[in-house]
Design a protein. Sequence first.
Length: 96
Amino acid sequence: MAKIRPLGDRVIAKPDSKEETTRSGIIIPDTAKEKPQQGIVIAVGSGRLLDNGARSAMELHEGDHVLFAKYGGTDIILDDETYLVLRESDILAVLD
């Protein structure tokens, strides 16, 4: 992921793709799909700038599988792939 580097306490995540058919075989159109809430962290910023000039350490690392707020972040498209730019505070949990 050399083409994009998040700043501050921001994180770039690649949302997990949802299944396009249900278990019973019904095909779900793009307009009816829900926005995914899970993804993998692709890149991590340098941390939030504190009042004293130091940076807080990021709790997330590249490769972490995370759960994020449903409508949090900003979608971007890079090389025909969809990514999500989130603040670290928009990440709800790290999945094991």
